[in-house]
Design a protein around this ligand. Structure first.
Ligand SMILES: O=P(O)(O)OC[C@H]1O[C@H](O[C@H]2O[C@H](CO)[C@@H](O)[C@H](O)[C@H]2O)[C@H](O)[C@@H](O)[C@@H]1O
Length: 265
């Protein structure tokens, strides 16, 4: 694991983790816990991840929170954990609690109408080889595996449609690893970090692990209250404090988290 900014060493963080009154581990899913696949329903956690997350949840020493751009409904079976963790899906629009309580935040009506309009572009996008994924407050358009010409074609189709209907006034365009997403604005992963930390003690030891540009909101939100860890095979510019390469360094981090937290029990 490589420190990126020198404010806080990892050893210091783990020392704090041992004695902290509360701990929270916030984890992104795709690209972080699970390697990318062309088919979204085939992205399973790296071998070993489920075991260590199960152990962390069993121990009760940590609030484990999954923070994803996915619909919680799609994510849960992929995660495949023994207990239901807390999951914030659709970039913070949905919250599923470990007791099964589920809420979706209220969204702007006009933005929702525009999203429904965008859903009607599916056939055109699929004719160009793209794949559409509908979720609360968003439409993801995937092009992983396609060549550059097809990607450019899909991108321009979506962009032109968006401008033609003036949807850019109500929806936000977000580039992510392997596609783009049209989203109802107002929620993002930084919102989730703030909401979770607001419920916890001031001295809580907190970490957020993520890979994509959508995780930068979370890295920014956790700054000063915990650590941000970029999980990626290749480095990219980031505001995270550390960079690790999955799966080995990811598993080492999670094991160390579990062992260090367990020392207090
Ligand atoms: O916030 P995350 O948990 O990282 O979710 C981000 C998006 O992940 C999924 O798409 C990504 O993974 C797919 C499976 O490996 C891959 O095919 C695609 O190219 C990636 O972008 C998910 O399908 C999206 O809904 C999430 O927003």
């Amino acid at each position: 694991m490589r420190p990126l900014h020198q404010q806080q060493g990892l050893e210091d963080f783990f020392r704090r983790l041992r004695t902290a009154p509360e701990r929270v581990l916030l984890l992104d899913y795709d690209g972080t816990l699970a390697p990318f696949r062309i088919r979204t329903d085939e992205a399973l956690p790296y071998p070993g991840v489920r075991d260590i997350l199960d152990a962390i949840m069993e121990s009760g020493h940590t609030r484990l929170v999954i923070v994803s751009g996915r619909w919680t409904r799609d994510l849960q079976p992929l995660l495949g954990l023994r207990r239901l963790p807390e999951i914030w899906g659709s970039h913070g629009w949905e919250q599923l609690k470990p007791d099964g309580q589920y809420t979706v935040a209220r969204m702007n009506e006009m933005a929702l109408q525009h999203l429904a309009d965008a859903d009607t572009w599916t056939a055109e996008i699929e004719a160009r080889g793209g794949r559409c994924e509908i979720k609360p407050g968003g439409l993801a358009i995937h092009w992983r595996g396609l060549d550059q010409d097809r990607i450019a074609d899909i991108r321009s189709l979506v962009f032109q449609n968006l401008l033609m209907k003036e949807m850019q006034k109500t929806l936000v365009w977000h580039d992510f690893d392997g596609g783009i997403e049209l989203r109802v604005p107002g929620r993002h992963k930084g919102f989730v970090v703030n909401a979770v930390l607001a419920e916890m003690a001031q001295e809580t030891a907190a970490a957020y692990l993520g890979d994509d540009t959508t995780d930068e909101d979370a890295f920014n939100a956790i700054r000063g209250r915990g650590i941000g860890v970029l999980v990626r095979p290749q480095f990219r510019a980031t505001t995270a404090n550390f960079w690790l390469q999955p799966p080995e360094e990811l598993l080492d981090f999670l094991r160390q988290w579990h062992e260090t937290s367990g020392e207090m029990k």
